[in-house]
Design a protein around this ligand. Structure first.
Ligand SMILES: C[S@@+](CC[C@H](N)C(=O)[O-])C[C@H]1O[C@@H](n2cnc3c(N)ncnc32)[C@H](O)[C@@H]1O
Ligand SMILES: [Zn+2]
Length: 369
């Protein structure tokens, strides 16, 4: 089957309907993820102080990412331990007249041996088995996809605890919970090597979490990153939540609003999940030949405005609790601002938002709506 993504043409195997089989993996739905990666790489290259920075597609499969990185001017290496995948990578590079290295190897061994400016992890499920080697190998940027959203967001709690050494809670902001659990684990992994990992762009869909972390090899920066870890105390009864930085959690004895008990998630990343300047530079690289350009542009515009606060709310859920009909989002956010609070849309869905108002304050401020 032939697929065109951006300016490259790929041959990809038909995928078995069951999802189980020997065919080299390809998911057309991830085009959005790959398009954004191309925009990120262009932004990184424009700011890099060297020609043709190096890029490792650590879990290449058909080579969809590595071929597109080579096409974007990177000195690309495509790695997969599956011989059929390595063969397909070579074919897809040749089909597009592109020169890149293909390694039929265990990506962890390769990353322990070689340095790359950018390392991209896109494994099946959790990226944790590749994270240590990635932070040792990458000079500038580590890109990570995690498709194990149920463990990350607390729906499969034990598995989340095992993979991420953190306790997730299955709250209604589950996508953001998953992102913050993943970021917490990645930041702690990097810190083991005196590396500070700083998220510069992150997005979440139903199927996966994707994040890009810039890398600094200064122990003081790694200490500063650790300082942004902490816990979220959540009341499932009234939805009140508060966050607390630091590795030791001090949950309140009871919810300060309704008196019920609170549940604590953590350690999680409480810092910024993106850098607005970086997001702006990536947005300038979203061009018409990207198949999902308008969706990418919308996401990056939302991120540009999103408040850097853990955690988000969903207007429809809140209004259902209050037996109110939901008004237009702009009007709703306007009421919060008029009452003196900060408020923005959030990336987690059309009715999600962030504010520094408490649940009680949100209810009061938007009551006349
Ligand atoms: C989800 S697929 C990658 C999809 C691809 N990046 C894309 O965008 O279409 C995961 C790939 O990782 C490969 N893989 C799994 N473990 C690996 C390892 N230890 N070293 C290298 N590749 C590995 C698998 O063979 C599989 O092809
Ligand atoms: Zn409460």
């Amino acid at each position: 089957m032939h697929v065109t993504e951006g300016d490259v043409e790929l041959v990809v195997p038909e995928q078995p309907e069951s999802g189980v089989g020997d065919a080299v993996f390809f998911n057309p739905v991830q085009e959005f993820n790959r398009d954004l990666t191309v925009a990120v790489l262009r932004a990184h290259e424009a700011a890099a102080d060297r020609d043709r920075p190096s890029y490792l597609d650590a879990n290449a499969a058909t080579g969809a990412r590595g071929v597109r990185a080579a096409n974007a001017g990177y000195d690309a290496t495509l790695c997969d331990h599956d011989p059929d995948a390595a063969t397909l990578c070579r074919e897809n590079l040749a089909r597009n007249d592109l020169d890149a290295q293909v390694k039929e190897r265990n990506a962890n061994a390769l990353m322990h041996e070689e340095r790359f400016d950018v390392v991209d992890l896109d494994p099946f499920g959790t990226p944790v088995p590749f994270a240590d080697a990635a932070f040792r190998s990458a000079a500038d940027l580590v890109c990570v996809t995690a498709t194990d959203t149920a463990p990350l967001c607390g729906a499969h709690r034990e598995s989340g605890v095992r993979s991420y050494s953190a306790l997730p809670q299955n709250t209604e902001y589950h996508a953001e919970m998953g992102l913050r659990v993943l970021l917490g684990a990645l930041v702690r992994t990097a810190a083991r090597y005196d590396v500070a990992a700083t998220p510069v762009l992150s997005h979440v869909t139903n199927h996966y979490v994707r994040t890009y972390l810039s890398v600094s090899r200064r122990a003081t920066d790694a200490n500063a990153a650790i300082d942004e870890l902490g816990h979220i105390h959540h009341c499932f009864s009234c939805l009140h939540r508060e966050s607390e930085t630091g590795l030791i959690a001090h949950p309140p004895d009871a919810c300060p609003v309704c008196g019920e008990s609170v549940a604590t998630a953590g350690p999680v990343w409480l810092g910024r999940t993106h850098d607005t300047g970086f997001v702006d530079r990536v947005r300038k690289q979203v061009t018409g030949e990207l198949g999902t350009a308008s969706r990418a542009f919308d996401l990056l515009s939302t991120l540009d405005d999103e408040l850097h606060l853990p955690t988000h709310y969903d207007q429809h859920r809140l209004c259902r609790r209050w037996s109110r009909s939901a008004n237009a989002m702009d009007e709703f956010l306007g009421s919060l601002r008029e009452a003196g609070y900060r408020a923005s849309r959030a990336q987690y869905g059309g009715t999600t938002f962030k504010t520094d108002a408490t649940v009680e304050a949100i209810e009061a401020a938007t009551d006349g709506a």
